[in-house]
Structure formats: C-alpha cells, structure tokens
Design a binder for this molecule. Structure first.
Ligand code: ADP
Length: 687
C-alpha cells in the first residue's frame, strides 16, 4: 500500500488541504481519522485532543467509515494508562504488531480471545511546534498488519494534522469563551433591569438556563445560618422553601465554602453526594454545577444548574455559573435594598395616612406637597385645594422659632403652639411639630398639627375650678376661723384646757387650707405678671422656724427628723413675708410628703452674694434629671412611689413667687439620695 515518494507527497498535500479547510474541531478530527484509515489501513481509529496542560478535552472515534458517539472520559483511561499514554509521555510514535503481547496496550473486555482478540496498532503523537496537541491511534484486527512504513506514513499524516487540530481547538475554545462572555454580558444587561425580587429570580434562572443549556436551575439564599431555596425553573412546588444546613449536601457546602463545584459525572456518582433534602422526586441528577452568589466576598446564596441538555457541561460551565452568581449577588442586594426601601416608604405612607393628627408635607419654601386625611378633615379644604396652599395659610407660623425662611427647622424638629384655620372660618388650637424630612427623595418639611382643643378645654376647666375653689373658699374659711376663735373665747378655763388639742388641729387645718388658697390666688396673680405684695424685712431664721412649726406635726406623724441649718450673721431678707413663708412651707411639705417614713429632712439658709439661698433637702425618691425643669410647671406631677397626692400647683407657685422677688429656684439631686430644692431671695441691703 505504501506508494512511491511522489504519491506520498501528493497524499500529504491533499490531506493537509483537507484538514486546513475545516475549523470545527469535530470535523477536523473526523477527517483526520478517515484519511488515516483510508491511507494507512485499519479497522478503526481514535484521536484524543489535549489542552496546553495535557488534559484530554475532546475526542473522536471512527469505525470503518462511521463516526462513533464518543466520550472523552472513556478515552481518558487510555491516555492515562494505555498505549496513548505511553506516546504522550514519550512524545514518540509506537508500533504494536500484536496487542496481546505488548504491555503498553490497555486490555479491555473487547480484547478477550473469544471476542476480537489480538490486533495490531499504531499510535502517533500530534505535535505542532514542539507542542503536543493530541494522540492518534489506528487499530487493525489482524496482528502484524502494520510495519515501519505504515508508522512513517501515519506520522506524516499526523504532522499535517497537528496544526489543523490545534487551530480548530483554539477556535472552539475562543468560541466557547466568546459564548461564556456573551452569556455573562447578556446576564448583566438583563439582570440589572429587574428590581423586584420575584422578577429578578426568574430572570436569573432563565439566564442561567440559557447560558449553561441545562434542564433545571434553582436558587437559594442564606438566611439565619441556613440555605433556603427561593426559586426554581421547574419543580418549584417541591424545591422552593427547602432548607439546607450550611455545609449540608452540595448546595449547602458551596454556600459554606464559597466556591463553586461541578459534577460532570453519571447519575450513579452524583446522587450519593446530594443530601436527602436536595433530591427532587422524579428527577435523576446526571450532572450538576453549583456556584455561590456573592456580594463583596460574602456568600448570600447559591445558583444551581442541573442536567445539561448535551449530557455534559462545557469546560467553561463553572466559570460562567460563577460569573452569573456574582452578577446575581449584586442585583439581589440591590433588589433587597429596593424592597426594604419600598417597604419603609409604604410604612411611612400608612403611618402618614392613618395618623390621628393632621400631617402636611411642604417643600422648603412652605408650598404644600402632600396632606393626609386628617389634614383634609380639620382644614375643611379638599386635598387638591390644599395642594395650592402655603403652609402659612393653614396655621399661624411662629417665625421666631422656624426662622423667616424656615432655616431654623432641623432634623430633630421644633414645637410651638398655634392656631389652625379651617375653610369655614373656624379655628383650632394646635401644637405644631415641624421638622425636615426626605419625602419622595426631596428635602421637605413635615408639619404635624396636633389638635389641642380637648387639652385646652381641660386646662380652662381646671382653671375655672381652681378659681372657683379659692374665691368661694376664702370667705367661708375666714368665717370658720373667726368662729373657732370665738368658740375658744367663750369656753371656760377648764373647758379650754380640755379642748386645746382639738382646737390646735382645727387651727392647723384652717391654716393649711388658707395657705393653699392664698398660694392659688397668688399663682393666678403672678401668672398675670402682677407684682408681689408689700415687702418687709424679716430674718431668714424666723421663716425657717415658722416652716418647721407648720410642717412639724406631719413630719412627726411620719416619724421623720427635720434638721435646721441656718447660717449665722445673715442680713434680714426684703420680701413679701407671707409669700416666702408659704414657699418654704411648700418645699418642706413636699420633702416630708415624698420621703418615706422615718426619713430625714434638712432645711436651712446661707449667703449667696446679695441674696440668701434657702435649701430644703430630703432623702426620698429624688427627681429624674429630665423632669427637673418640668416639675415647676403648673399641674406637673410625677409618678411617685409614696402614693402621695397633690394638685401639681405648689412648685408652680414657688417658682413665680421667687421670680417675683428677682430670685431663682431649682432642684439638684441630693448628695446620696433624694432631692435638694434651692431658691434665692434678696437681702435687705439690696432693696
Ligand atoms: P404636688 O405636690 O401637689 O403634686 P408640686 O408642684 O408641689 O405638686 O410638686 C410637683 C411634683 O414634683 C410632685 O407631684 C412630685 O411628683 C414632685 N416633687 C416635688 N417635691 C418632691 C420631692 N421633695 N421629692 C420628690 N418629688 C417631688
């Protein structure tokens, strides 16, 4: 069969042209095998293509003039252990006249004597520029059919084939890479278009399915240290909601370790790797790829591709899946942010709409942008009408607080009382709470106008009641006092002695009521900025003694000790004596009232510049820092453990009385526990 030199050259010229005109790897391989069998002879031939790292990447098998379905995995055994392996390792052609006698030949079932038995074989490396690109093997059914001439011819054909195979391999690699890149680019373009989570999941699954050409895709997210399946291209009803522990099965392991896994093997090998949870009833997992979904290096889930349509995965499958996983990570995170933002916006909307207070949103110039139901209700204008208004048309703005251009309104908000005007000419007292907010992504001002009608009515009711009590109490009280005094006078001496304790109780009680009534009256007067009553000079020590006398019985009843600490050499005070006495009594009464049984109270006075500073100290429950200003407001009362009751006007009176004298009043925490009330009033030399 070996022809003369010229014929060989012609042959080689023809085959090299034939090989070079094809670019598709399979076509090139088939042509190489056909021409080898035709020109060298033999029953069958195979070719294995290797990549730059010596890994088998593609193959072809020909029987006679038929291309056989081949699996590169099967040929791998030959390349690793068989004749082809020897050729690869030695970069040298091999001639095997009898396969049953050559240890390089990998014996298979087929080689048994009762089957095809001994054969002859030729195997040559496919080289180009010193680089191995594959191995070509020919097999003849009859031992001794090949000789050295056959080997030379085969090598010559292989030399022509090498470059063509390399080109075709590079071409198919570049095409695959291009496909992978296209898949990723398409994925990126498509994924970034969805912000809603459900759409996004569907989109990721579709992109993955297309890019990897698989039957099933699924997606899981890491939630509370577990992987929870959130979407699947098929079998959603069984897959969605499945939970895997991190490190459980394939998907759990990928989620835990953060790098992808590809299992290209047959079902028998794959199935045992799956955890019980991962098995989908009725689905045989032939091959599977799983990649992490990551955001900034953190695994937030996994993307799974099951059963490639073409039976096996492309070598780039994991690369593409990992790329899609990375893309999915960013888009899922965006969608999550979007969803939480959306939820927050909706929550704000609901709160806004359902608020029992009228709420109005304006721009920074005060033009109304948005109003809630209550704003419509209170103002009597329709929402559309209000949108044409300025906030100043709805209520009286306290420009002193807000600033002319609302520049004083900040993020933490400010409060003032005002009047809201409605469409019918009516008015409502309101407390306005205004602050800067971001509304529909623009800087805006939110105005909450709380209706104070009820509170105002309650306040005025209280005031009316107070006014009624002290006006209507004063004269009957004076009558009682004079009656008691008269009674005392008409009693005989022994009777008077017997009645003395009762008379004292009556006197003390009348005095207390009188003090209360006078303080309420003073409070009313001082609130209207009227001056304090006539001033006289008095010793501080005397006022302290009066106070201790007045409160002493209550303190004694509560087994408390009152200690007086008046500094020596104090100049006399210049005050409305009755008023300041009542201030001291008030503070001392509170100290006794809010200090538990057996407590200790101190009262005293010392110099403070031109003033005398009085103090009343107790070891009771104390007053929280946040309340230390507020307790001096009218009707302010704190929750107290002693259960003591009061009106909440005592300290309000004290404050106005002291301020009416040009002094100050405040409270400090006592050194250990309890409170220390202090106030200053002027000394005589300051008058
Ligand atoms: P009233 O005693 O009638 O309630 P006041 O104006 O005298 O009203 O006091 C206001 C509130 O301040 C009291 O309700 C009480 O909660 C608190 N307070 C006043 N003095 C003391 C004190 N010495 N220790 C603790 N709490 C006090």
């Amino acid at each position: 069969m070996v022809q003369d030199q010229r014929a060989v050259l012609e042959l080689l010229y023809r085959v090299s042209r034939e090989f070079a005109t094809a670019l598709d790897l399979k076509t090139v391989l088939t042509r190489v095998l056909f021409s080898a069998i035709k020109n060298v002879g033999g029953e069958r031939g195979s070719v294995v293509v290797m990549d730059d790292y010596g890994r088998a990447v593609d193959s072809a098998i020909v029987y006679g003039n038929q291309l056989r379905e081949s699996n590169t995995m099967q040929l791998k055994a030959t390349v690793d252990h068989g004749l082809a392996g020897w050729v690869v390792r030695n970069r040298q052609a091999a001639l095997v006249p009898d396969t049953s006698k050559d240890s390089r030949w990998l014996l298979r079932e087929d080689d048994a004597m009762d089957r095809s038995g001994a054969k002859s074989a030729i195997c040559v490396p496919l080289m180009t520029r010193e680089k191995l690109v594959g191995v070509l093997t020919l097999v003849h059914p009859v031992p001794g059919s090949y000789n050295v001439d056959h080997l030379d011819l085969m090598q010559a054909i292989a030399d022509q084939a090498g470059i063509a195979v390399l080109n075709a391999r590079l071409f198919s690699e570049s095409q695959r890479q291009a496909r992978a890149m296209t898949a990723l680019a398409e994925g990126a373009a498509s994924l970034s278009s969805s912000v809603r989570m459900d759409d996004l999941f569907e989109n990721i699954l579709t992109q993955t399915k297309q890019a990897l050409q698989v039957e099933i895709t699924a997606l899981g997210l890491v939630e509370d240290q577990e992987l929870v399946f959130r979407a699947a291209s098929q079998y959603g009803d069984v897959v969605i909601g499945k939970r895997l522990k991190l490190n459980e099965g394939i998907a759990g392991t990928v989620a835990f370790q953060g790098h992808g896994v590809i299992i290209p093997a047959a079902a028998s090998d794959t199935q045992p790797l799956l955890s019980q949870t991962e098995i989908i009833p009725g689905v045989k997992v032939r091959a599977l790829a799983c990649a992490p979904i990551q955001v900034q290096g953190k695994v937030i889930g996994v993307l799974e591709a099951i059963n490639p349509v073409n039976k096996s995965f492309d070598p780039d499958a994991l690369f593409v899946l990992t790329g899609l996983g990375a893309l999915a990570g960013t888009t899922i995170q965006n969608a999550q942010l979007f969803e939480s933002l959306d939820a927050a916006r909706k929550r704000y909307r609901d709160l806004f709409e359902d608020s029992i207070d009228p709420i109005i949103i304006t721009d920074l110039k005060g033009r109304i942008l948005e109003v809630n139901k209550q704003a419509v209700f209170f103002s009597g204008h329709s929402a559309a009408a209000l949108h044409e208004f300025l906030i100043a048309q709805v209520h009286d703005i306290n420009y002193e607080k807000t600033g002319r251009l609302f520049e004083k309104i900040g993020d933490s908000g400010l409060i003032y009382e005002s009047t809201l005007y409605d469409s019918r000419g009516g008015t409502y007292p309101v407390e306005v709470y205004s602050r800067k907010v971001i509304f529909d992504e623009t800087k805006s001002i939110q105005w909450i106008l709380r209706d104070l009608t009820e509170r105002k009515e309650l306040d005025s009711l209280r005031e009316d009641l107070a006014a009624m009590i002290y006006h209507d109490l004063r004269s009957p009280l004076a009558n009682i006092l004079s009656s008691v005094e008269m009674l005392d006078m008409i009693l005989s001496e022994p009777e008077r002695e017997n009645a003395a304790p009762i008379m004292k109780i009556a006197h003390d009680s009348i005095n207390r009521i009188q003090r209360l009534v006078s303080s309420l009256l003073d409070l009313n007067r001082l609130e209207q900025n009227q001056p304090v009553g006539e001033r006289q000079s008095v010793e501080a020590a005397l006022l302290v003694t009066d106070a201790v006398d007045a409160v002493g019985p209550s303190a004694a009843a509560r087994e408390q000790t009152i200690i007086t600490l008046v500094a020596e050499n104090l100049s006399p005070l210049w005050v409305d004596i009755d008023m300041i006495r009542r201030v001291l009594i008030n503070l001392l009464e509170n100290a006794v009232k809010y200090t538990p049984m057996g407590g200790r109270v101190e009262i005293g006075a010392e110099v403070d510049g031109d003033y005398v500073r009085f103090f009343v100290l107790d070891n009771g429950q104390g007053i929280p820092e946040t309340e230390r200003d507020r307790i001096f407001d009218k009707f302010a009362r704190l929750k107290n453990k002693t259960g003591a009751k009061g009106l909440g006007v005592g300290l309000a009176f004290c404050k106005l009385a002291v301020q009416g004298h040009g002094g100050k009043i405040w409270v400090e925490p006592a050194a250990e526990r309890g409170s220390k009330f202090l106030f200053t009033v002027p000394m005589v030399n300051k008058k």
